[in-house]
Ligand binder design. Structure first.
Ligand code: PFF
Length: 464
């Protein structure tokens, strides 16, 4: 039965706007900041390979499922799950899946905003020529000085959270369409410029090899599941913005005649492309200037500035790069806040404006814990056989990316493929009962949930 619901929050003005908005959500700090540092920490090429596998076998099918649910329910993720569960004769408790997403969104946004703040600080640092002619020790010192100063981190975190609240309070559509149309392509082009610079460095080929040729000897004293598979899986979910309702809410504004399959492939391709380009731009610099690939969350902030300090027009390109990265983070952060805000508007009858400020304030408060994680409250901890350095920030990151998003994704997969009627999903995907539909259904029924479960339980050592 075809659903004829409409969203009270409006609809994207065209399919391309949806693709842009969802790509805007997907492409962000996850691609340019998180992907390279995780690759460097977790074994280079082997990590990239597993990551690509996770994108194809779990990421894209689950993204299709999530958009499907969003468009069919046309409400915030909590109400969408509630409505669809009742419609399919299932327990209304499925709304808890929506809650899981909203909470994950808050936690991610809280630290995302702090890291986006680093980006803004770097706009000024590069713009003022702080990195001209600097070497790895100098850029490392500048970065360390930044993160050891909670007041500055707090200032930029507050500023960035305001930007996020501002767009969400105006309605994602009017605020967002303009931003993504120009800024995403500009970021892409600038990344190509950076790749161009990386090609001119001595160790370009080593960088490429590191990314694309799995070196299994690096993995000798690592646990494959906890050091490679689980972080790669988490990164696939994080980067594609799936498993927490962000893509679901964007799907709820999508028109009925737009192809979910096509859209999902385009978004995943753009997202993966940007991550790989970022890797190609960064690792040759890392090797040429003697940095450690496993340098952690500061990797892009200590490596790229060296390039900006050396290349012609580096101050200009550097400044522009961090501006565009800030915009990429911005178009992602709004999708983290949107599910909670739509819930408050629909269920608490608040104005969008008020809801955006209240929800944003809560995320901002939580973000204070991340601000302190890099200085006063830094501590180490271990989870699933890995040691983390940056206290609560790492806890939030691991909890959301490696646990909550995959869990949300598995539940989405189970709901759409085992519990929803076949006819509902055929109707919504618009694939009829074709071979494409059968492949999707097979993957989402068996491969994706089993893949996530096997990786997760192996990583936490349950099967060993
Ligand atoms: N995908 C974003 C990035 O790669 O930066 C982060 C993100 C946005 C994660 C929205 C999850 C989400 F729901």
């Amino acid at each position: 039965m075809t659903s004829t619901r409409t969203s009270i929050h409006g609809q994207w003005s065209s399919r391309w706007v949806f693709i842009l908005a969802a790509t805007g959500s997907a492409v962000g700090l996850g691609n340019i900041w998180r992907f390279p540092y995780l690759t460097g920490e977790n074994g280079g090429g082997a990590f990239v390979l597993v990551y690509l596998f996770c994108v194809v076998m779990m990421g894209i099918p689950i993204m299709m499922a999530e958009i499907l649910l969003g468009r069919r329910g046309r409400k915030n993720p909590i109400n969408t799950m509630h409505t669809l569960a009742i419609e399919e004769g299932l327990s209304p408790n499925w709304r808890l899946l929506g809650w899981l997403g909203v909470i994950a969104g808050f936690i991610i946004l809280s630290y995302y905003s702090v890291i986006a703040g680093w980006t803004i600080a770097f706009i000024f640092k590069t713009g003022m020529g702080d990195f001209v002619g600097s070497n790895a020790d100098q850029t490392t010192a500048i970065f360390s000085e930044l993160i050891s100063n909670p007041k500055i981190l707090l200032f930029w975190h507050t500023f960035f959270m305001f930007l996020t609240i501002y767009i969400v309070s105006r309605g994602v559509k009017s605020g967002l369409e303009q931003a993504v149309k120009f800024l995403m392509p500009a970021l892409f082009i600038l990344l190509l410029v950076m790749v161009g610079y990386a090609m001119s460095t001595e160790r370009f080929l080593d960088g490429l090899k590191y990314l694309f040729v799995p070196d299994f000897s690096v993995l000798a004293n690592k646990n494959l599941f906890s050091d490679v598979f689980l972080p790669a899986l988490g990164q696939a979910f994080f980067s594609l913005s799936i498993g927490m309702g962000a893509i679901m809410i964007y799907g709820s504004y999508l028109s009925k005649d737009s192809s979910i399959t096509f859209n999902s492939f385009v978004i995943a391709l753009a997202d993966t492309g940007v991550a790989i380009l970022a890797g190609i731009a960064i690792f040759p610099i890392v090797f040429t200037y003697g940095l450690e690939p496993s340098g952690g969350p500061g990797l892009i902030f200590v490596s790229l500035p060296i390039a900006f300090g050396q290349m012609p027009l580096g101050t200009f390109f550097g400044c522009l790069f961090f501006i565009l990265l800030m915009f990429a983070a911005w178009t992602s952060s709004i999708s983290l806040l949107e599910p909670a805000v739509t819930w408050m508007v629909e269920n608490r009858k608040m104005t969008r404006y008020r809801a955006a400020y209240i929800a944003g304030f809560i995320a901002w408060l939580l973000g204070l814990l991340t601000v302190l994680s890099f200085n006063h409250w830094a501590f180490k901890f271990s989870f699933a056989g890995k040691t983390y350095e940056n206290g609560l920030f790492d806890i939030f990151d691991v909890l959301t990316a490696n646990i909550m998003l995959p869990l949300g994704g598995v539940l989405i997969a189970i709901f759409t493929s085992w519990l929803m009627s076949r006819s509902s999903t055929i109707d919504e995907l618009g694939l009829s009962d074709s071979i494409a539909y059968k492949i999707w259904r097979f993957i989402i029924r068996y491969v994706a949930p089993l893949g996530v479960v096997v990786i997760f339980f192996n990583a936490i050592g349950l099967f060993s």
